[in-house]
Design a protein around this ligand. Structure first.
Ligand code: PDD
Length: 282
């Protein structure tokens, strides 16, 4: 079943209008929520970020965030989802094509679930990353449907045999194509401040809380590409990638090229949070 505005329907029953502004302009916002053992992970934080993204693009959702939160839970139950994700998006609706906001269009909300295993092998072994210039717009804080900059960066990385692209604006490292970046430099974790140049990841925030609990020194400050390349450990964080170790950047090993001890400690704490979430649904 999928959610279309306020109705649960079979996927085959749902259609998208060819003049939907999400389809034509990328005029909308989205969220990806992790589900572990049938329980949504950090759902309220995702919903708060969605509400912010909506405000920032001046888009009125079809109904309130509380009602939407209930419906997302219902969708997970209806589909008997175990480990997976909920994808949800809201667009400015269908209207004859013109750039300005249409007067009579109604926002269109769609959400579906997808089974997705945790990337356990990659979490264990780490991934290779590729550095590339950040060509995206200057409101990366909005989780907008316009993902072409991220799509092109990710594909460039994949073409080079890497699993993630790490983006930089000039000398400054911003974030991953679909993740946030942390680098351990001189025993301090660095990550870009949550401003207009990055998405304030829900996983990023969770990792910052864990770092505080574990008394790991943190500086919410951007690093340069040069500093990144000299880091002892690097991780990228996201809803689907969790705390993913980066063991090489453009063929150069990070540290000794294996997953570092600080990363392992973070992963262990995150694992405990996941188990706690999953146990709530059983
Ligand atoms: N992407 N930065 C960017 C550009 C992202 O696309 C994402 C997530 C993140 C991490 O945010 P979070 O921890 O809230 O997932 C950071 C999602 C997962 C996606 O588009 O698939």
């Amino acid at each position: 079943m999928i959610l279309v505005n306020d109705r649960f329907v079979e996927r085959t029953e749902a259609t998208v209008d060819i003049e939907d502004r999400g389809y034509q302009f990328g005029d909308g916002v989205y969220e990806v929520i992790r589900v572990y053992g049938g329980a949504p992970f950090l759902l309220d934080e995702h919903m708060a970020r969605l509400a912010r993204s909506l405000r920032e693009i001046r888009l009125e959702p079809p109904y309130g965030i509380d009602e939407l939160t209930d419906k997302i839970r219902r969708l997970i139950t209806l589909n008997a989802l175990g480990d997976g994700i909920v994808y949800l998006q809201i667009t400015r609706g269908a209207s004859p094509r013109t750039h300005g906001f249409p007067k009579n269009a109604h926002s269109v909300l769609t959400a579906y679930t997808q089974t997705l295993d945790r990337p356990l092998q990659a979490l264990q072994e780490g991934i290779r990353a590729h550095l590339t210039e950040d060509i995206r717009w200057l409101r990366c804080d909005i989780k907008s449907l316009n993902l072409l900059g991220s799509v092109l960066a990710k594909q460039e990385a994949l073409d080079k045999g890497c699993a993630e692209a790490i983006l930089h604006r000039g000398k400054t490292v911003t974030e991953g194509s679909a993740s946030n970046v942390f680098a351990l430099i001189g025993g301090v974790w660095f990550t870009h401040p949550a401003n207009h140049l990055i998405l304030d990841g829900i996983t990023r925030r969770s990792v910052l809380r864990i770092m505080q609990e574990l008394d790991m020194p943190v500086k919410v400050e951007a690093v340069t590409v040069e500093q990144l390349l000299a880091a002892e450990e690097i991780i990228v964080t996201s809803t689907t990638q969790e705390i993913m170790p980066v063991v090489a950047v453009d063929g150069r090993p990070v540290g000794d090229g294996s997953v570092g001890p600080w990363t392992r400690r973070l992963q262990a704490a995150f694992e405990a949070a996941i188990r706690e979430t999953a146990s709530r649904s059983s």
